[in-house]
Design a protein around this ligand. Sequence first.
Ligand SMILES: Cc1cc2nc3c(=O)[nH]c(=O)nc-3n(C[C@H](O)[C@H](O)[C@H](O)COP(=O)(O)O)c2cc1C
Length: 167
Amino acid sequence: MSITETHEELRFDDSLYIVSKTDLKGNITYANDLFIEISGYSEKELIGTPHNILRHQDMPKAIFKLLWDKIQAGEEIFAYVKNRTKSGKYYWVHAYVTPTFDKNNKIIGYHSVRRSPSPEAIAVISPLYHKMLNAEKAGGTQAAITFLENTLSQLKVSYDAFILSYE
Ligand SMILES: Cc1cc2nc3c(=O)[nH]c(=O)nc-3n(C[C@H](O)[C@H](O)[C@H](O)COP(=O)(O)O)c2cc1C
């Protein structure tokens, strides 16, 4: 890809939500107007494309492993994600990701609703992800997960409680 990452951050209004839906493999099947606007991609470029089109190099793989483990098990997850736009800018989201079920309770896809995180949350999450990324470079995805688990255990807090404490 010919995207250069810049240090320019995009913010979106607190009252707005970025919404997308995917199939079982994470290919985008729906993106709302704000998703299209902030990502810089056209709807045509997005639909049918893997969601990792937004992946930012500052994101630890471990967070996406946690995300997929949860949703494939039929559960929901909240996570902070740093995304990259088509022009290489970035934006932080506080994402809620959940499976979509059919009437027989079978998972038929996934969807995500994201809002703008507080600067206080980013100030905590950004250095944490940086440390997870370093752990990952040294010891792989599991090392980053262990680092996260140790951090949470020192804080005596669950992942969910930690993530939701910066609302
Ligand atoms: C509903 C849904 C929404 C997702 N939203 C994002 C997102 O906003 N940004 C992102 O980088 N990955 C998102 N992902 C995760 C990607 O599918 C992918 O796992 C991630 O970008 C890591 O890419 P990689 O597995 O190729 O390393 C989402 C997945 C699902 C199922």
